[in-house]
Design a protein around this ligand. Sequence first.
Ligand SMILES: Nc1nc2c(c(=O)[nH]1)N[C@H]1C(S)=C(S)[C@@H](COP(=O)(O)O)O[C@H]1N2
Ligand SMILES: [Mo]
Length: 326
Amino acid sequence: MTLIKTPSDIPSHEITPERVYLSRRQFMGAGVALAGSSLVGSAASAADFNARSLTFQPAPRSGNSGFYTAEALTPFEDAISYNNFYEFGTDKDDPAEYAGALTTDPWSIKCHGEINNPGEYTLEDILARFALEERVYRLRCVEAWSMVVPWVGFPLASLLKFLDPTGNAKYVSFKTLARKSEMKGVRAFTSIIDWPYREGLRLDEAMHPLTLLAVGMYGKAIYPQNGAPIRLVVPWKYGFKSIKSIVGIKLTERQPETSWNMIAPREYGFYANVNPQVSHPRWSQAKERRLPSSLFSPNRIDTQMFNGYGEQVASLYTGMDLARYY
Ligand SMILES: Nc1nc2c(c(=O)[nH]1)N[C@H]1C(S)=C(S)[C@@H](COP(=O)(O)O)O[C@H]1N2
Ligand SMILES: [Mo]
């Protein structure tokens, strides 16, 4: 019995973006199993590894970690069809339409700067090192809509500990792939973003247990429109901090340049902590539309300080004027 369907096994009328994408992931699993006996210490079959790669520790349903919210999940279909991923266009439905073209295998992340273990690490290397965990988080976009998404990933802190920051490291910066051949937004002459998309965190924010590198959502490999094969999720900050499809991580002494801050520094700060009391210059941040939301059923709810993660993260900002450091 064939466990892995190759695209040629699938009649063309059956090919949907999801099918093609999942079979691509399965190829990646095969690659891991072949090259990976030394990494994982066993000759697991491709199918085993593929299953293993999305085996995860469920989020704890109790306690105050913030790892789980019991709020209704945003339906999967909404989470994969209403996206911001400007590399594929600026309309909400552009990423779902165009991101299927993204080649995610091979994939590696160049890790450099103020660390003792620099290197170009393949996704397989990275996945072999860290156990996957589920996190059910609110995601609040600066445009005042929000979702609840079950992510699968591992704490950024685990990777950073492995990379072993030097005493000079104070910030972590991230870079997204910018591949013109596959990304129409990167090809566009009119783009407002100076590619690659860049984001950054202070080292203590990056080390916080809520900060996740996600490789899955809703129990499946993460979709291209959501930032395949690996993206950041920082649930107490506006969504633009949660950078997708990461190919570079650099530890720095100075605060790094970040894309939206470079475009409009008065509108988008480096910190970008969710804060209902600090308005965007052009709109209030006091409320949000929880998806699914429509004209007749807008589903407007109050926005919470730090997106509801104050108990976990407020101490990172003790003594800081959050209206100044927005
Ligand atoms: N590389 C990259 N990352 C990105 C963006 C982007 O345009 N490019 N958009 C950001 C914004 S504004 C939001 S709200 C979230 C949306 O994530 P989602 O589409 O998975 O909901 O991704 C963030 N990460
Ligand atoms: Mo956003």
